[in-house]
Design a protein around this ligand. Structure first.
Ligand code: C2E
Ligand code: MG
Ligand code: MG
Ligand code: MG
Length: 292
């Protein structure tokens, strides 16, 4: 009896695995079509300063709404694209498109803040990554200081010396560098003093329980203080509530990103957001439709 159940389990397992494999093959094919025919979008999520209104940055996030499969999370897209090597053309598209959009907003006088683009470690470690960034800046005519690259600590795992070298070359180009998901990696903190970075983004997992969990609160305050002593800026990710914002503000965090301020927005909505948040006085009066 046990044997029979065992066999059945095995069958279930293989069916499941087959299904997973065929789903991945489908996604992979669909991904290729989307890369070739332009099936992706980029959304932008604002980052604000301590007054909660002034825009200080924004992050470009990949979005894929497939006509039949529906919304597919960027995490899945990235994971498949990293397996298949499609990540390189995909990330190139994201970087170039984000730069082009921001350049047009900049030319319209709507922004003068950088746009952050997530860089997959695979792409960062690839030869000629610095050339790619230079090319994108040339093609889009965006000033380097308006492009920020978000990298994770994983870039240091394989060949730290080479990664540090690449970071210096990027810095020389004039782009800004941020460490994303800070606190979730496994590398030693010692690297921080050697990297030419501008900004640290505290991972959402710490912010999530900041009000209920004393340890998360302590870790977050510790990170903020350390980052400031290193002369860098610190951004909190995933701020969803007023108490979280208040706590972070009290802890002297420099910038804030999260649903409490805005979800990631498509370009048109971002334009509206920018128009509303332009030259905002520090105390914002309620607006009515038709008010100037
Ligand atoms: P990330 O770089 O840490 O991006 C922040 C993620 O947190 C985004 O998820 C964003 O939508 C989400 N988020 C922002 N505020 C809140 C909040 O208040 N609450 C909650 N629950 N979530 C919030 P998203 O867009 O699903 O992206 C997930 C990850 O996928 C990103 O994490 C990034 O690692 C990767 N990713 C996204 N776009 C790209 C891309 O163009 N290239 C690469 N290489 N990776 C990307
Ligand atoms: Mg990011
Ligand atoms: Mg992050
Ligand atoms: Mg993340």
């Amino acid at each position: 009896k046990a044997k029979k159940r065992g066999r059945n389990n095995f069958q279930w397992y293989t069916n499941d695995l087959n299904q997973q494999v065929s789903e991945r093959v489908t996604l992979r094919n669909e991904l290729q079509k989307a890369i070739e025919c332009g099936g992706f979008e980029i959304y932008f999520q604002p980052q604000v300063d301590a007054n909660g209104q002034n825009l200080v940055g924004m992050e470009a996030l990949l979005r894929w709404h497939h006509s039949e499969l529906g919304f597919i999370s960027p995490a899945s897209v990235i994971s498949i694209a990293e397996d298949t090597g499609q990540i390189f053309s995909l990330n190139r598209w994201v970087m170039e498109t984000a730069c082009r959009y921001i350049k047009s907003l900049y030319d319209q006088g709507l922004v003068d803040i950088p746009v952050a683009v997530n860089i997959s470690p695979l792409q960062f470690q690839r030869d000629h990554f610095v050339d790619l960034v230079r090319q994108v800046l040339e093609r889009t005519q965006l000033e380097a200081k308006f492009l920020e690259l978000e990298l994770t600590e994983t870039i240091l795992l394989d060949n730290a010396e080479r990664a540090v070298q690449t970071l210096h070359e990027l810095k020389n180009l004039g782009v800004r560098l941020a460490i994303d998901d800070f606190g979730t990696g496994f590398s030693s903190l010692g690297y921080l003093k050697r990297l030419p970075i501008d900004k640290i983004k505290i991972d959402r997992t710490f912010i999530k329980e900041i009000i209920r969990d004393q340890h998360d609160a302590a870790i977050t305050q510790g990170i903020i203080s350390m980052v400031h002593h290193l002369g860098l800026q610190v951004v909190a990710e995933g701020v969803e509530t007023e108490p979280q914002f208040a706590f972070l503000r009290k802890s002297q965090c420099d910038a804030y990103q999260g649903y409490y301020f805005s979800k990631p927005l498509p370009l048109e909505k971002l334009r509206d957001y920018l128009q509303q948040h332009q030259e905002t006085p520090s105390v914002k009066l309620p607006r009515r439709d038709g008010d100037e």
